[in-house]
Ligand binder design. Structure first.
Ligand SMILES: Nc1ncnc2c1ncn2[C@@H]1O[C@H](COP(=O)(O)OP(=O)(O)O)[C@@H](O)[C@H]1O
Ligand SMILES: [Mg+2]
Length: 257
């Protein structure tokens, strides 16, 4: 029996979370053998585009619909709100041949019935149990940590670019996780767009912050050009330096079998 594994990818906005998530997914698909759920937990909802998957609805949209239906008393009293939402969430889950994808989107309007963060927590608790592995592209910054959205995450991957802000955000995420008592099996730092010679220096910094350095992803012109032309990163050629780096990184993570 495979153990279920939940991975979150977080860090500063623009540090490379979505890129890293897509590259890890691509590696896992190629390796095969696991059922995978990818969750876009960033309200900007970039992951579907980067993966080349179109989504019709986000959890945020379903949540607003629920609110409207409740306002018009259109939901039978025999169905609880939680049941209704869960049913709808299964319907908006996009299935591809290699993985399933769910986009959280954002809560619309004021006074929403339940926050997206709360919904995400319950999704991690329920829907992700059906998959060997769940990988989540988190919202930029710290809020998901302070709200403890990450509390059931096994592996926390934090992406930083070489900027001071990137490293500062990574450091705060780790501190805050300790403060709010989130217990990961492991917390890894990934250095994105770092030159290879800075690895040792970043490893020392990572360990000072309480991370293990998973590795570096180089700046890869093919990632930039795929992005500019809207080609999915899942189609990167095997020779892509970022892809080669991510397979080394992913092999270093403790993913079970
Ligand atoms: N290793 C890389 N090589 C080249 N471009 C990259 C690399 N990593 C990220 N980028 C580019 O930087 C931008 C931000 O990356 P993205 O993954 O969207 O960041 P985030 O999800 O953290 O906001 C994107 O345009 C992406 O194509
Ligand atoms: Mg992103």
């Amino acid at each position: 029996m495979n153990e279920k594994l939940v991975i979150s990818v977080s860090g500063k906005g623009g540090s490379g979370k979505t890129t890293a998530t897509a590259l890890i997914l691509r590696y896992l698909i190629e390796r095969g053998g696991k059922t995978i759920l990818a969750i876009d937990a960033d309200p900007a909802t970039n992951l579907p585009d980067v993966l080349g998957v179109s989504i019709e609805k986000t959890v945020g949209m379903v949540e607003s619909e629920l609110k409207e239906k409740l306002g018009r008393s259109e939901i039978p009293a025999s169905v609880t709100k939680k049941e209704f939402l869960e049913g709808q969430i299964y319907r908006i889950l996009v299935e591809t041949s290699n993985f399933d994808l769910l986009a959280m989107g954002r809560s619309e309007g004021e006074g929403c019935y339940c926050s997206i963060n709360y919904l995400l927590t319950s999704i991690i608790d329920s829907i992700s149990k059906n998959y060997d592995l769940t990988i989540m592209d988190m919202e930029a910054g710290l809020e998901h940590v302070s709200r403890r959205t990450d509390r059931d995450v096994d592996l926390m991957l934090v992406v930083t670019d070489p900027s001071r802000m990137g490293l500062q955000t990574a450091s705060r995420i780790r501190e805050l996780a300790k403060e709010v008592h989130i217990d990961f099996k492991k917390a890894y730092l990934i250095g994105n767009q770092f030159p290879p010679e800075s690895e040792q220096q970043l490893r020392i910094k990572a360990e000072e912050m309480g991370y293990e350095l998973a590795g570096l992803i180089p700046t890869d012109p093919s990632v930039a050009s795929f992005n500019a032309t809207g080609r999915p990163l899942l189609e990167l050629p095997p020779s892509s330096p970022a892809l080669i780096a991510i397979s080394g990184i992913t092999q270093r993570l403790d993913l079970g079998n």
